[in-house]
Design a protein around this ligand. Structure first.
Ligand code: ASP
Length: 431
């Protein structure tokens, strides 16, 4: 790990703890509203990170395609990445179902039924929640909506999955007409380098941004909601920890490095994910750290990470399965094995469909609830602690993407990187 990023990670960690303490101090002294005065600093930080997402995803996926050299290599990497996404998402939902059936956090819960209802939901969320669709239609929508009708519109509206599809296709075309494509390739190359440099500049601002974001959330929520829903929260967090341990084992085995080494080198993206609750906003930092600190081949990281940040959400999938069964338990609805299998499938799908932004998992919960006929109003039960659980699940989402990149990179044959630079993993330069 480079000295500069070591210092950066340390500062981010200190900022997070300081923000947590300051936020709780404000909450308990009854001045929680004061946090709102400096919250704009946190908002500016998230906006800066979001600012680089579209140019970064476009240029890095395009260049990864171009470097892969052949559509066969792309197919091989794509299959490995998607295979990893499916397996680990299924594993996450499975862990969620096991934990919720063991702990039964919703059994015997009294008093919070009254809070169920959509009163707390904003108008926009209410509309999305009530537009629940069937399983088949959901799958179809995910596929159709991934194809942009206008790539510029997709970029302008930050529709990341559409930008990815365009960048993959455009990158492949460039492979077949290298001469004519040269100006575009050069443009993308410098766009990528400049965006990464900009990310480094924004990272200097991360400790301050993260301090403010942490302070704001603690000053607003304190511990009140945590107490009444503690068993439910514990179920989600234990499930997430269990899943993260298995992912860590996989990463450590594939990299032949200790878990501590991996954790230290990924601390910046993990802490940023925790504080921003957005895999998309964390993406620029994730890419920099996975390439620079873990020595994963650039072309693997450039392809697997943006795709993973968009469709691979282990934490969200786990949370959705626990939340659905918790809601059923609170309402006293018995779910048989068949319905739990439907939850297993829809939670995986809902996680793929969820945007990589704060609260997205809560919105796609309606898919899971609707599929087993649970009342959509049940979302009201878990609303109070959703923002806090979002921090934990987003961290696991980002960790899952990082481990996926390590796994796919370790499975790629060196021959499959025909245009790429040397692989630091093979060269043994990874530190
Ligand atoms: N906030 C999560 C993410 O960005 C998505 C979710 O709400 O579960 O990964």
């Amino acid at each position: 790990m480079q000295e500069a990023s070591k210092k950066e990670a340390k500062l981010i960690g200190i900022a997070m703890i300081a923000g947590l303490i300051a936020g709780l101090a404000l909450y308990f002294s009854g001045h929680g509203e004061l946090a709102a005065y400096i919250k704009p600093i946190g908002t500016v930080f998230i906006r800066l990170l979001k600012m680089v997402i579209v140019p970064l995803v476009l240029s890095s996926i395009f260049m990864a395609m171009y470097h892969l050299g052949t559509p066969e290599s792309l197919g091989s990497m794509g299959r490995k990445a998607v295979g990893y996404y499916f397996l680990t998402t299924a594993m996450a939902v499975f862990f969620g179902l096991i934990m919720v059936n063991l702990i039964n956090p919703g059994v015997g819960v009294e008093g919070i039924q009254d809070t169920a209802g959509l009163h707390g939901l904003s108008e926009a969320m209410h509309q999305k929640v009530t537009q629940s669709k069937g399983l088949y239609q959901t799958i179809l929508d995910v596929i159709i909506n991934a194809i942009p009708t206008n790539p510029f519109e997709a970029m302008a509206t930050s529709t990341v999955l559409q930008v990815i599809v365009f960048a993959i296709m455009f990158g492949i075309v460039a492979l077949y007409m290298p001469k004519k494509a040269q100006p575009v390739v050069s443009f993308m190359e410098s766009l990528e380098a400049m965006t990464l440099r900009l990310t480094h500049v924004i990272m200097k601002f991360a400790p301050l941004g993260i301090f403010v974001l942490m302070m704001d959330i603690m000053a607003r929520t304190g511990f009140s909601a945590i107490v009444s829903l503690s068993k439910y929260m514990a179920t989600v967090i234990i499930g997430l920890l269990l899943h993260a341990c298995v992912l860590m084992f996989i990463a450590s085995w594939r990299m032949k490095k200790s878990p501590l080494f991996i954790l230290k080198n990924l601390s910046s993206p993990l802490l940023t994910a925790f504080s921003t609750s957005s895999s998309a906003a964390t993406l620029p930092i994730t890419m920099t750290c996975v390439e620079e600190n873990l020595g994963v081949r650039k072309d693997t990281a450039k392809f697997v990470l943006p795709l993973g940040a968009t469709i691979n959400m282990d934490g969200t999938a786990l949370y959705e399965s626990v939340a659905a069964i918790f809601i059923a338990q609170v309402y006293g609805i018995e779910l048989g094995i068949g319905q739990q299998i439907v939850i297993f499938m829809t939670a995986s799908l809902a996680a793929i469909g969820a945007a990589a932004i704060p609260g997205a998992g809560l919105i796609t919960m309606s898919i899971v609830l609707g599929a087993v006929g649970l009342p959509i109003e049940g979302i009201g039960l878990i609303l109070a602690v959703d923002r806090i659980l979002d921090m934990f699940r987003t961290t696991v989402n980002v960790f899952g993407d990082c481990v996926g990149t390590i796994v796919v990179d370790s499975m790629m044959d060196n021959k499959e990187f025909s245009n790429s630079e040397d692989n630091p993993l093979i060269e043994g330069t990874a530190n």
